[in-house]
Design a protein around this ligand. Sequence first.
Ligand code: NAP
Length: 260
Amino acid sequence: MIDVLVSGAAGRMGREVVRALTAAEGIRIVAAVDPGHDGNAVDDGAGGEVPCTGDLASAITAVQPTVMVDFTHPDAVEDNLRTALAAGVHCVVGTTGIGEETLLELSQAAPQTCLFVAPNFAIGAVLMMRFAQEAARFMPHAEIVELHHDRKADSPSGTALRTASLIAAARHTVPAAPGPETELARGARGALVDNVRVHSVRLPGLVAHQEVIFGGEGQTLTLRHDSIDRTSFMPGVILAVREVVSRTGLVIGLENLMDA
Ligand code: NAP
């Protein structure tokens, strides 16, 4: 049995994680933490409930989990990781908004544990990023449009940041700017991430979606992935929980576990 603490258990992703881990063989939820929901319980999807507590450090001391799964908030995740890693707890992180330098520093301070971070746990999104990397070698002109629900705290999405950095690493040349541009409304051309334009759309009704559009002479190529339900992320989360227990150090991206 792998004993797991779910951090952010009462959130949109956290609730789905509780249900998925409850149903997963060989995994047991030993604690659910969410400061805003101390004393409440989360439906485990199997006819039971998992009680939520508010303080991560005391939950870790009380139940000594092997793995922490964190889907919280960009402002909370770093502290959560410091607490868990210092206690020797392997971490599976879906929360976005934490920089690679910070992750490296956190992981170096806890060399015996594994810090696994995935900007996207959906297999289709991982494949989209892989195909984008391949396409960028031949079609260096690319822009990213990411679309998410209107409660998302950060923009651009972690997936868009990761895709931009993969495109930048894969293409041989940075395409020249199309010429002088006049932005009549600020932000119309999106944000520049690793020299790739990224446009963020936030609307109710959306879950998590991304298009990568490549332009070439007389043609375009569009790669699109849609997470239409948060269950799309769960096989990736379960795989990560199973994998981190036999690894150490910082691992970024689900693709590194899928190739295992
Ligand atoms: P959400 O619904 O706001 O859930 C976050 C939960 O964490 C909330 O219940 C929040 O409580 C709680 N929280 C805040 N601070 C906390 C702390 N210090 N310790 C424990 N829990 C804390 O957000 P979500 O949609 O589930 O998304 C969570 C994160 O996952 C975001 O960063 C999102 O971008 C990311 N995400 C990643 C993937 C992926 O595949 N990697 C997929 C989807 C989402 P309050 O509401 O009281 O603040």
